[in-house]
Design a protein around this ligand. Structure first.
Ligand code: F6R
Length: 248
């Protein structure tokens, strides 16, 4: 089903949702000689990464030619910090598949010269158009860490996290809001849109409100994910809870 330029897929069974999302990745790595995929972190894509690891172990998937990017990183957080998104990616995916470490591109959150780090990453993003971008969505409608109000034309930039995002992410920091980093470096919306295909996965009732606004509301900066409607090859993967408010 297509609504406002977004293809929508609703799954009663979450396992099916992740299987189909994993198939998107498989298709790209099979079809492209030098596949380029940009990954998200957080709770949502974890089951997808588990499947990809399983497919690698079963020799169904070969990641040797893959070049990876990631959406974002906490500012000031080093890659060996267990809460960094670098650590997350190695721990939840890269350490368990045959991606060439040379082809892993991550933002260095604790770079001495952040401006230079942003420029470096931006240049790489421009040179390497993604075949597939995997996204989650924040309960405030953010994609990557483009919080409500962000200029969609911005490239890679530093952002102050919204209180809602800090509250949501406290679950990864012993439920202690004080421990959650307050700033991040993120791809811009324009960088996210620079991909042949984009899939956004949303599960759980916490995501029903931003999903409704993204799909049915207007395209506007207060709901960053709504800018996905300006891309012609976006698919939204929803479980029943996240799709509940759409009343389809
Ligand atoms: C993560 C990212 C974020 C998350 C979003 C949802 O790299 O860019 O936009 O996708 O905050 O997080 P979860 O999946 O934990 O609900």
């Amino acid at each position: 089903m297509k609504i406002n330029n977004l293809e929508i897929k609703i799954f009663k069974d979450k396992a099916e949702l992740y299987k189909e999302a994993a198939n998107e990745v498989l298709e790209v790595i099979k079809k492209e000689k030098k596949p380029i995929i940009s990954f998200a972190t957080g709770g949502t894509p974890k089951p997808l990464y588990e499947l990809l690891i399983k497919y690698y172990q079963q020799k169904i998937a070969d990641f040797s030619n893959l070049t990876s990017f990631n959406l974002d990183e906490y500012l000031g957080v080093s890659e060996d910090n267990i809460n960094s998104y670098s650590y997350y990616m190695y721990n939840n995916l890269f350490n368990h598949i045959n991606i060439n470490p040379k082809n892993i591109n991550l933002i260095k959150g604790d770079a001495k010269n952040i401006k230079r780090e942003i420029k470096r990453y931006q240049k790489l993003l421009k040179k390497n158009k993604r075949h597939l971008q995997i996204l989650g969505i924040g309960s405030d409608g953010h994609i990557a860490f483009n919080e409500p109000g962000t200029d969609p034309n911005l490239g890679v930039h530093i952002i102050k996290l919204d209180q809602q995002t800090i509250n949501d992410n406290a679950r990864f920091f012993d439920n202690d809001i004080e421990k959650v980093p307050k700033e991040a470096i993120t791809m811009g919306i324009s960088d996210i849109l620079y991909s042949d295909r984009i899939i956004l996965i949303a599960t759980g009732k916490n995501k029903a409100a931003p999903i409704l606004q993204m799909i049915r509301g207007s395209v506007n900066n207060l709901l960053p994910a709504s800018h996905l409607r300006n891309h012609d090859n976006v698919c939204i993967y929803l479980d029943s809870e996240a799709s509940n408010s759409l009343k389809l």
